[in-house]
Design a protein around this ligand. Structure first.
Ligand code: ACO
Length: 191
């Protein structure tokens, strides 16, 4: 996704980790234009993700990121667009308290890291960028994908998880979250 400003000026790393401050690890003092441009990138990617998933409204925007304790991993391609760079996609994660059903139908309370939104730009899906971004997040969080929960994974994302991490089938839940068989391993047995 191209923008009328230099993506490389906003994001120095190939993958940037953004949080409530929106400034990719820099200090926000005296950088209102930088912050506004980062907000534009997040808002545009959030809109495109909602459209791709046929959602009525964006679940990712700069203002939502500023008000929630989530983390957004943003992947750029710094060489494209005449060296100004393009935003390739993003992955948003956050901890959520969930009531889940294990294989035996027993209720379990857990607060796993959840994948909340995930998007790779239309023209470059199925090029391995999603895997690069997801693996970066796993390494950054030092987690295995099976211990995470997934908020309404789309068919493409379910296929992605099955292909790259052999995550299939899932344990049916009463809410919109999906967890996989191994999620319940290593948990204390129900009393
Ligand atoms: N149809 C079916 N499976 C797909 C598709 C597609 N159009 N695109 C990607 N996949 C899956 C397949 O398993 C594919 O392997 P294959 O090509 O051998 O069939 C695999 O992903 C490819 O892996 P990557 O290239 O690393 O994935 P990509 O860069 O395309 O990123 C993502 C995956 C994020 C799901 C991307 O396709 C996308 O943005 N899709 C549209 C938005 C979306 O559905 N996001 C998930 C929302 S749900 C949530 O966030 C909790």
């Amino acid at each position: 996704m191209e923008f009328p400003f230099d993506i490389n000026q906003l994001f120095s790393e190939r993958v940037s980790v953004l949080d409530q401050t929106l400034v990719a690890g820099r200090t926000s003092t005296g950088m209102p234009q930088l912050q506004a441009r980062i907000a534009t990138v997040i808002d545009e990617l959030g809109r495109a993700s909602a459209k791709a998933q046929q959602l009525p409204a964006s679940i990712t925007s700069a203002s939502k990121l500023q008000s929630q304790r989530h983390q957004l991993y943003l992947l750029k391609d710094g060489e494209s667009n005449g060296g100004r760079g393009v935003a390739v996609g993003f992955l948003k994660v956050g901890y959520k308290k969930l009531f889940l059903l294990d294989r035996q139908g027993v209720h379990i309370e857990a607060e796993p890291l959840c994948v909340l939104d995930f998007y790779i730009a239309e023209g470059v899906q199925r090029h391995g960028y999603g895997l690069e971004l997801f693996n970066f997040m796993l390494q950054h969080k030092n987690l295995e994908p099976v211990v995470m929960a997934y908020d309404r994974p789309s068919p493409k994302f379910q296929s992605f998880l099955a292909k790259h991490y052999s995550l299939t089938p899932s344990v049916p839940q009463a809410n919109n979250f999906v967890v996989f068989e191994g999620f319940f391993l290593n948990r204390p047995a129900a009393q």
